[in-house]
Write a protein that binds this ligand. Structure first.
Ligand SMILES: *Cc1c(COP(=O)(O)O)cnc(C)c1O
Length: 384
């Protein structure tokens, strides 16, 4: 039986093996292993792609968020609005600075931050909002920017899952005070270890982030701020520079896979946002790229009915089909955040999503046979 991993990088990286090897040799022989021209050239290319004036290669997507918060002067006791349905890092960075992540519910169809809910969470201590462009689809940046202006908030766009995605023709990450990106291997531009990127249009903020990236040091051995070591390796930059020109092709092949699923499963499922579409009692709910400019970092189904999601997951795994739950426990329910829980209305949608979501393989090199295998297994399960 055909095995279908959730992510398989062997074809993607194998196709570039000769170029990657020669980039490695170039860096090896340069004997320049910290900062330098390899990094600067990658930063320039990536900044252009992201339509930001200033770009910094950093140690991870997590450190990009941390650096953004530090550069904006977020301090202990400050409150930062964070969607409660996202990867841990978005909120973890806020908490590490002694600030308070304030949980905001999400939209059931886009999976992105709900500004209606955010409005209920504003307090005199609210300083910033972090929209996450989850699974590769932009949050509504018109609404986010309007909201941020109204309440005088900084905006950090978490673009870890959305490099190349746009909002109304403009790349995500180029709207807020900062955009943060990740090259974790499972992201759309997957590196060879950890690394990330920080973008901004503001030269003063860029300069501050640049200094914080090297221990708050400027000039050498003089420290005006307490920073950290948040640098990207030139080796990583050289390897990523080989893959960067292929990103549009990776993203369009993901979109083809998503379109295939929509066609093959559409008659057996409801489609997110389209409540008029039959069948009304469908167990499956398919994701939609509402912006038309998303990049499908994940293809995330909703499986409705008590225990049904876990049943489908077990069914697929038993057939060697990779799938996973992003994310099984909303952040407000995490042990480490138990002191951040507040009374008031429950974060209803996020809690429901954590019981219903299931992401299936959508990586660029998914073969036709593999796609058919995934669809056949899901249809069999629906009929069983
Ligand atoms: C992956 C991810 C991060 C963290 O990126 P790393 O490079 O793994 O540190 C942050 N936010 C979101 C939404 C992510 O998916």
């Amino acid at each position: 039986m055909t095995k279908v991993p959730l992510l398989d990088l062997s074809a993607q990286n194998g196709a570039l093996e000769a170029e990657l090897t020669s980039a490695f040799q170039r860096v090896l022989r340069s004997c320049s292993y910290i900062m330098g021209p390899e990094l600067e050239s990658f930063e320039k290319e990536t900044a252009r792609l992201c339509a930001v004036e200033h770009g910094l290669g950093v140690s991870s997507g997590t450190d990009a968020i941390l650096l953004a918060l530090m550069a904006l002067g977020i301090r202990p006791g400050d409150e930062v609005l964070v969607p409660v349905f996202t990867f841990f890092a978005t909120a973890g960075c806020v908490a590490r600075l002694g600030a308070v992540p304030v949980w905001v519910d999400v939209d059931a169809h886009t999976f992105n931050i709900s500004l209606d809910d955010a409005a209920k969470k504003i307090s005199p201590r609210t300083r910033a909002i972090i929209p996450v462009h989850l699974f590769g689809q932009a949050a509504d940046m018109d609404a986010v920017l309007r909201f941020a202006r109204e309440f005088n908030l900084f905006v950090i766009e978490d673009c870890a899952q959305s490099l190349g995605a746009k909002w109304k023709g403009r790349p995500v990450g180029s709207f807020g005070d900062f955009g943060t990106y990740s090259f974790f291997p499972s992201k759309n531009l997957g590196g060879f270890g950890d690394s990330g990127f920080l973008g901004t249009q503001d030269s003063a903020l860029a300069e501050r982030a640049r200094i914080l990236r090297v221990h708050g040091m400027s000039p050498k051995y003089y420290h005006a701020f307490v920073g950290g070591n948040f640098r990207m390796d030139p080796l990583q930059a050289a390897l990523l520079a080989v893959k960067l020109p292929h990103l549009p092709s990776y993203n369009s092949r993901r979109a083809e896979n998503a379109a295939f699923y929509a066609r093959a499963l559409g008659a057996h499922a409801r489609v997110a946002g389209n409540t008029a579409a039959a069948p009304d009692d469908a167990v499956l709910l398919l994701p939609v790229d509402f912006t038309g400019e998303g990049i499908w970092n994940q293809y995330t189904l909703r499986v409705r009915g008590e225990g049904r999601r876990d049943a489908l997951r077990a069914w697929l795994l038993a057939r060697n089909i990779g799938c996973d739950i992003y994310y099984p426990l909303p952040l407000d329910q995490q042990e480490c955040f138990k002191d951040t829980r507040r009374g008031g209305e429950p974060l209803r949608i996020a809690h429901q999503l954590s019981r219903e979501v299931l992401s299936i393989p959508v990586f660029p090199d998914l073969t036709e046979i593999q796609r058919d295998t995934v669809v056949a297994a899901i249809l069999e399960w629906l009929e069983a």
